[in-house]
Design a protein around this ligand. Structure first.
Ligand SMILES: Cc1cc2nc3c(=O)[nH]c(=O)nc-3n(C[C@H](O)[C@H](O)[C@H](O)COP(=O)(O)O)c2cc1C
Length: 191
């Protein structure tokens, strides 16, 4: 955690896909952020085994789980950028949350968390956002509510070749959200 007034935000992307719109959205964040906010990509949850208490009991927490937990603990806040799968949280991301939640000092407690979603469908991942809010509320995060960033019909909002965000209203939404999230982080963390 930074002590100089600058805010270190860890970004967790819910998609592992190389050409992911959500990863592209996550990459665009620095362009629209207040100058005191910086973003760091989280260590991947792609290698986590499917949660099984027997693994936890026999060999302990996998190193990848500990790496992500440490990164979350070290950050001032989290930004989760994710698609929705079948109207909910993608399985890999939910599995990561399940592993992290079993740690003795689970790393989400007291963290300010904001979410963004991009999806091909009409609701742009909004249903995933509600489900994520539900899961993380039980883990005692400080959930940031509004303004929301929901990117629907994602293929129409990014350059087909470069995956750069091209949609002006989406850019404005992100700017407004990050400005408000900065204030929210300072309010709840006292930084
Ligand atoms: C398993 C699966 C389930 C999906 N379910 C939804 C859905 O419920 N709503 C939606 O808008 N898109 C859904 N999609 C389409 C995604 O929005 C699309 O694949 C998107 O590109 C995924 O995000 P990404 O580009 O960051 O990987 C689904 C895709 C997959 C692979």
């Amino acid at each position: 955690m930074a002590n100089d007034g600058h805010l270190d935000v860890l970004v967790i992307c819910g998609s592992l896909r190389k050409g992911s719109y959500n990863a592209a959205l996550a990459r665009s964040l620095p362009r629209f952020a207040p100058p005191t906010m910086t973003f760091r990509g989280a260590p991947s949850f792609g290698g986590f085994p499917v949660y099984n208490a027997d693994i936890q009991d026999s060999t302990g927490f996998p190193a990848d789980v500990m790496a992500l937990a440490d990164a979350i603990r070290a950050a001032d806040a989290l930004m989760i950028v994710s698609p929705e799968y079948n109207w909910s949280i993608p399985g890999g991301l939910k599995n990561a949350i399940d592993w992290l939640s079993r740690l003795e000092q689970q790393p989400f407690e007291g963290k300010p968390v904001a979410v963004q979603s991009a999806a091909r469908g009409l609701l742009g991942g909004a249903r995933m956002q509600y489900h994520l809010r539900q899961s993380l509320t039980t883990l005692d995060v400080f959930w940031f509510g509004r303004p929301e960033v929901i990117v629907n019909f994602a293929p129409t909002k990014f350059d087909e070749k470069t995956l750069e965000l091209t949609d002006k209203p989406t850019m404005d939404m992100i700017k407004a959200q990050l400005a408000a999230f900065e204030k929210f982080i300072r309010r709840v963390s006292g930084k």
